[in-house]
Design a protein around this ligand. Structure first.
Ligand code: AMP
Ligand code: ZN
Length: 140
C-alpha cells in the first residue's frame, strides 16, 4: 500500500536529501512546515525512522511523537494565540493518509477557516458499546 522506505518523501526529508523548513527535532522526531498548509503555522511532526502508521509505532516513538506534537502546539500558542489548535493524524488511504510515513499535523485554527470535518455520529445502545469494548480489551 505505502511507498517503500527508498522512495519515501519524508525519509528523504529526514535524511536531508530534499529540502524542508525544519522547526525543531529530537532523537526520534522531526517537525517541519507543511508545504500544503491549511493555515499559516501548519507543521508536521514526522517519525525519524520509517514507520508507516500509528499501529506499528513502538512505544518510545509513539510517546516521542505526541511529546513533539505538544511542543509544536505550544509554539503555535506563543506565536499566534490562535482560536484553536487541531491535531490530525491519518492512518491508511481511507483515513486520508497520502504520505505513508507516520506524521502528525499540528495547525492553528480560526473560526470559519474553511477546514471542515464531517463526523457522522451514531448512538448505539450501551450493550453494543460494551460488546465492542470487550473485543478491544481482549485484543490489547
Ligand atoms: P496526510 O494526508 O496526512 O498523509 O498528509 C501529508 C501531508 O504532507 C500533506 O499535508 C502535504 O502537504 C504534506 N507534504 C507532502 N510533501 C511534503 C514536503 N515535501 N514537504 C512538506 N510537506 C509535505
Ligand atoms: Zn519514510
Amino acid at each position: 500500500m505505502g511507498e517503500s522506505k527508498d522512495n519515501c518523501v519524508f525519509c528523504k526529508i529526514v535524511g536531508g536529501e530534499i529540502p524542508a523548513t525544519v522547526v525543531f527535532q529530537d532523537e526520534l522526531t522531526l517537525a517541519f512546515m507543511d508545504i500544503g498548509c491549511v493555515n499559516p503555522g501548519h507543521m508536521l511532526v514526522a517519525a525519524k525512522p520509517h514507520v508507516e502508521n500509528l499501529q506499528v509505532m513502538g512505544e518510545a516513538l509513539a510517546g516521542a511523537m505526541f511529546r513533539s506534537a505538544a511542543r509544536a502546539a505550544r509554539a503555535l500558542e506563543a506565536v499566534y494565540s490562535p482560536a484553536g489548535i487541531s491535531v490530525y493524524q491519518a492512518n491508511g488511504a481511507a483515513a486520508g493518509q497520502t504520505v505513508f510515513h507516520a506524521h502528525i499535523h499540528v495547525l492553528p485554527r480560526w473560526e470559519h477557516d474553511g477546514l471542515t470535518f464531517t463526523w457522522p455520529v451514531k448512538s448505539p445502545p450501551r450493550e453494543e458499546l460494551e460488546r465492542v469494548a470487550a473485543q478491544l480489551r481482549a485484543a490489547l
